[in-house]
Design a protein around this ligand. Sequence first.
Ligand code: HMG
Length: 396
Amino acid sequence: WKNVSDVGIDAIALSVPRGYVDLAELAEARGVPPSKYLHGLGTRQMAIAAPDEDPVTLAVNAARRLFERSGASPAEIGLCIVGTETAVDHSKPVAAFVHGLLGLPSACRMFEAKHACFGGTAGLLSAVDWIASGSARGRAALVVCTDIARYPLRSAGEPTQGAGAVALLVREKPRLLSLEVGQTGTFARDVHDFWRPLHHKEALVDGHYSVQCYLDALEGAYDAWRRLDGATDEPLVRTCYHVPYGKMARKAHRHRRMLDGATEQAADASFGVEVEPSLDLPSRIGNVYTGSLYLALASLLNTQARELAGRRIGLFSYGSGCCAEFFAGRTAPEAAALVDRLDIDGPLRDSRQMTVADYERLRAEDAAADRRTAPESARPRGKANECDRAVYLGVD
Ligand code: HMG
């Protein structure tokens, strides 16, 4: 075995549902000024998954596209991790479906990682450590983040929904982003900011508290990262954040830059250059939970890979509950050429706007199907849309 130091993200591919809702139209339907969703939350569209677009389908489509576009072969994969918080089974991992449908080798470790939106990062960093340790013996890892973000209709969380999958190929000598192995700042704390009890399809959330938990976790993780040897020797020219909605990334960036000693005005002034290019895809797809940070990274590379060649980028991942990690990477010199081949935002060209009425019909049909098929023991207890610790504990 030999240790490997140059490890990271070699290729990225997305898949999104066929339909999306325009948030100006949703605002009108909800009697809210469109400026609240467009500017107050920084959202434009949210992808809506149809019944045949479940987390497995989204994951497999993203992974297929990853292999087709990157030129890599499924035969190279020795580790397959799926990060998701919308699993389809309590026991069988989504990774098993992905493994089967993609024809990955039988000599392949596979599992699902769950920790709210942090599950994708848990998968990525495990894959990086597996390769860096030498255990991979030249093989690559497939990490897929797949989720459907759902809140109750007419709730404050509704405009922050979304759906989609991001597939990452992780290997030695990566062609997109080399990660700084072992150099991560971590923060964890047991909080009830956002959760989804078994059998609930819609998340329960203490919205404003979740924003505070995110910022506290950012502070903890960033502080831990800054203390690492050499972490701050070279500036980060861009930073990608977990993006539940665009405004959250703006708040995060302001908070982080003020920890660096910047004034609020200077922190906000740097947002346009350092963060905004990473928000295009998130604003067109919405929150994709585990994949959200990697959607931001995909967005950044899609627009700026050429000018970022050799430059250092910060990454911040947050998962409610909560766990957060801050880390950094360097854009590979050949990233721009590969990005042209990957056609990262290609899947969005096939998506079509749906009316608010169609979206509501989809949700009503889904709820009706669940009522018909769910056994009594699997029906949610308590009201799905109340933010109540009793619901978390499963107490009627
Ligand atoms: P809310 O109560 O609807 O919004 O909930 P608000 O009243 O706080 O307004 C939001 C912003 O819009 C405010 O700006 C208003 O001033 C502004 P801010 O103070 O934040 O800068 N505003 C307007 N702007 C322009 N024109 C107007 C107007 N009106 C108001 N007319 C909330 C917002 C995010 C709480 C809600 O959408 C929610 O609960 N979302 C779901 C939870 C969430 O996304 N939390 C984020 C942090 S936790 C996280 O990221 C983890 C997560 O991804 C899950 C996981 O880890 O698995 C969610």
